[in-house]
Design a protein around this ligand. Structure first.
Ligand SMILES: [Zn+2]
Ligand SMILES: [Zn+2]
Length: 260
């Protein structure tokens, strides 16, 4: 048994292998695809049963609740999965609002004028972001690292080099692999593949920009037509990490009957 094989068995992440196989079907970064899927599953099960546990609720609140992206994902999941109207997100909102009230500054603090002269430099305003220690972001970071690590072992199994070539890692996940992978040959192969991918993307972007010119607009579009989306995804992750807002879903339910 090779050391890589032993290492993989030690991890015994056969379930991760099958979940990554599923992720490879989209053709997008393997890790990004897997994370988008797993975070939805996690939030769904938190709304379904996790939040009934007071320990889970406490951890959630201590992390400041959801970060903005996970908050909207939770809202969207509830709309999709509990069509007659769930109250999970409402209960969580109520707890977060209660904490926000509790954390309001003491009126005495606000009654004091800050001791800053007109020509003194203003101090930086430090206000923590909402859900700055979101438990789903934390879990996402752990899962992300473990997926990158496992991928190096999977890469040596039959069929996996092809899967990786068809669903190339985004820049962030490739940079993580350069830090975490052990074998220089694996890292060098990944670097070559990423370099080729980015150079092709650069060519496609140039072509996209060139064809925008009035003189060349009559030319039919080629592979550069979706270059901007591919570039944003390679640089910042998949577009589908963001929940899609149902049109007209800002208030009440879809037909507005609960609006007052
Ligand atoms: Zn990625
Ligand atoms: Zn989050």
């Amino acid at each position: 048994m090779t050391s890589s094989q032993a290492e993989f068995d030690r991890h015994s992440h056969w379930f991760t292998e099958s979940s990554l196989t599923e992720s490879s079907r989209s053709g997008d970064c393997l890790i990004c695809s897997n994370l988008v899927h797993s975070e939805r599953q996690m939030i769904h099960s938190f709304l379904w049963e996790g939040m009934m546990s007071s320990q889970a609720r406490t951890d959630f609140l201590e992390g400041g609740g959801f970060c903005p992206r996970h908050f909207w994902i939770a809202k969207r999941i509830e709309e999709d999965e509990w069509p007659s109207g769930g109250i999970g997100v409402a209960i969580l909102c109520e707890s977060i609002v209660a904490k926000a009230i509790q954390d309001l500054p003491n009126p005495k603090e606000l009654s004091r004028r800050p001791a800053i002269g007109p020509f003194r430099e203003k101090p930086r305003v430090e206000v923590s972001s909402p859900g700055s220690d979101c438990i789903f972001c934390r879990d996402q970071r752990d899962r992300e690292e473990s997926l990158v690590e496992i991928l190096e072992f999977l890469k040596h199994k039959p069929g996996w080099s092809e899967k990786l070539a068809q669903s190339p890692l985004c820049v962030r996940h490739a940079l993580m692999a350069f830090r975490m992978w052990r074998e220089p040959v694996d890292k060098l192969q990944l670097r070559t593949a990423l370099d080729e991918y980015l150079c092709q993307l650069q060519t496609d972007l140039k072509e996209f920009i060139r064809k925008h010119d009035w003189n060349y607009r009559h030319e039919p579009l080629g592979r550069e037509k979706n270059a901007v989306i591919r570039a944003i995804q390679a640089l910042t992750g998949l577009a589908r990490q963001f929940p899609v807002q149902k049109f007209g879903a800002e208030g009440g339910n879809a037909n507005g009957t609960r609006e007052r």
